[in-house]
Design a protein around this ligand. Structure first.
Ligand code: GLU
Length: 494
């Protein structure tokens, strides 16, 4: 099967924006982007927003923000800031192309390939039920199909409303095309009856706009989700009616959850925005999504963007469903995270720590040191919040288990010795070695050991007797913070 088109490679991602970008859409965008980059073609963002109520500017901005976060920058489409068109094939929002759709609908009406239809939903239901009773396929035949345009217009001028329907009854044959992913696909034409092109308010339907836009925007390859495969029949009929050349189609497999059901929100995060807020890196998400339905020729798993662009191929897209493995995504994220420098990780963590209102030292040496301590303990950026929380003074509270520990008779001598020793420290921060020495000194001075030593000390540092090891946390806490915390505990005791 050849992916070569005589046309220059122009591919599009055509979302109907209704909120944040879903991982299925993001994967379509990614594959189109990779294909465009590999072939030095154009990647176009077209907005299919004829569903007026749901497609708001806000949802459009959400989708564009997610695409930009992933780094999937489009060559043509709305400007992400101003929403103005970038490129020579605009407008790129279908809601701005309504005149064009009307013009093409008029052309089909004038050539007898489409007609005004006045059937009401109730009339159609009656006919459909009757056909089903007779054991026939429920293809409604409109009595208006053979009306002249003049007759229909006269009826409309009396106030009747009509949809524009495409005439299919004379197209009795098989429609065959070679899908880039699935090979030969055959649709018998009687799978569809006369279908609507324009609704009664004049709004065009998806199948109609999609064909007109793909043609006018000179789209060479249509790579989209499998759920659109059946739509291809109606679209092929329209290409034929206009006498236009078909683009090459490739329908990508469904993304399934672990129970092999269609991935849905109920089973956890499914939108790019959620993955972003959970602390996944866009590079990791791209790598993960690339492998949902495609595989590297050497079966590699960690594939950076440049290599994805180089190695991506439509031939290696799998027709069967791809299972979304959240554990694998997390692992992949940790691989990408660990490849970053301490400074880079800090930059990535910062927004998460800020959102959690964690007040932490502003000096970069401390920041780098803290990352070097915690970097291997997190798989996502969001996990850093609980690692850093004990380091924020404002978060210091004595937990109920901590209060119980402070009731032990050993608590007072241990904390007193600890506070005194910390107060004598010359430096703002102590090293791990110095902390271990001080711990021994506390043991000597208080005469306490084992859990009677460690647990009260831990309460004095993190407010509870269990948690991250003190030798890790103490070197990241300022002397003043340690003293303040010890004082709070000693006050509680007295
Ligand atoms: N607007 C359609 C969607 O969001 C586009 C389908 C296509 O790519 O043709 O699913």
């Amino acid at each position: 099967m050849s992916v070569a088109s005589s046309k220059k490679v122009r591919v599009r991602f055509a979302p109907s924006p209704t909120g944040y970008l879903h991982v299925g859409g993001a994967r379509s965008a990614l594959y189109n982007y990779l294909f465009a980059k590999q072939n030095k073609g154009q990647f176009i963002l077209r907005i299919e927003d004829t569903d007026e109520a749901r497609s708001t500017d806000d949802s459009l901005r959400m989708v564009m923000e997610d695409l930009q976060w992933l780094g999937l920058q489009w060559d043509e489409g709305p400007n992400p800031k101003t929403l103005e068109d970038l490129g020579n094939f605009g407008p790129y929002r279908q809601s701005r192309r309504l005149d064009l759709y009307k013009k093409y609908a008029d052309e089909l009406i004038a050539t007898g390939k489409a007609y005004y239809c006045f059937m009401t939903d109730a009339e159609m239901d009656v006919q459909r039920e009757a056909l089903l009773k007779e054991g026939k396929s429920p293809h409604v035949e409109s009595p208006y199909a053979e009306w002249t345009v003049e007759k229909a217009r006269a009826k409309m001028s009396e106030g009747a409303t009509a949809v524009v329907r495409f005439k299919t009854r004379h197209l009795r044959k098989d429609y065959v095309f070679t899908d880039l992913v699935r090979g030969e696909v055959k649709f018998p034409s009687d799978m569809v009856s006369d279908f609507v092109l324009l609704r009664s308010g004049g709004m065009p339907v998806y199948n109609f706009c999609n064909v007109i836009d793909d043609h006018l925007m000179q789209i060479s390859h249509v790579l989209r989700a499998e759920e659109h495969l059946p739509n291809t029949l109606r679209q092929m009929m329209l290409y034929e009616a206009f006498g236009w050349e078909l683009p090459l189609f490739g329908h990508m497999s469904l993304i399934l959850d672990e129970d092999r059901k269609k991935l849905s929100k109920r089973k956890g995060a499914t939108s790019c925005h959620e993955f972003k807020m959970e602390g996944y890196l866009p590079a990791a998400l791209n790598n993960f999504m690339a492998l949902l339905g495609w595989s590297h020729p050497e079966e590699k798993e960690i594939i950076p963007m440049e290599e994805l662009i180089e190695k991506f191929s439509v031939h290696r897209l799998h027709p069967s469903g791809a299972v979304f493995d959240a554990v694998k995504l997390k692992w992949m994220n940790s691989v990408y995270l660990r490849a970053l420098s301490d400074e880079q990780i800090w930059q990535e963590l910062k927004p998460f720590l800020d959102r959690a209102h964690l007040d932490l030292p502003a000096d970069s040496a401390w920041q780098k040191k803290s990352v070097s301590v915690f970097r291997s303990a997190m798989e996502t950026l969001a996990e850093s919040v609980e690692l850093y929380r004990p380091l924020c003074d404002k978060s210091f509270v004595i937990q109920p288990e901590g209060e119980d520990t402070l009731k032990w008779e050993q608590a007072k001598p241990v904390l007193q010795a600890w506070k005194d020793l910390v107060e004598q420290e010359p430096n703002e921060f102590m090293t791990e070695e110095r902390f271990l020495q001080i711990q021994d000194l506390v043991k000597e001075k208080s005469g306490c050991k084992g859990k009677f030593l460690f647990m009260p000390m831990r309460v004095a540092v993190i407010g509870k007797p269990h948690g991250t090891e003190l030798k890790i946390l103490v070197p990241l806490l300022k002397k003043t913070s340690l003293i303040e915390r010890a004082k709070i505990c000693l006050q509680k005791i007295s």
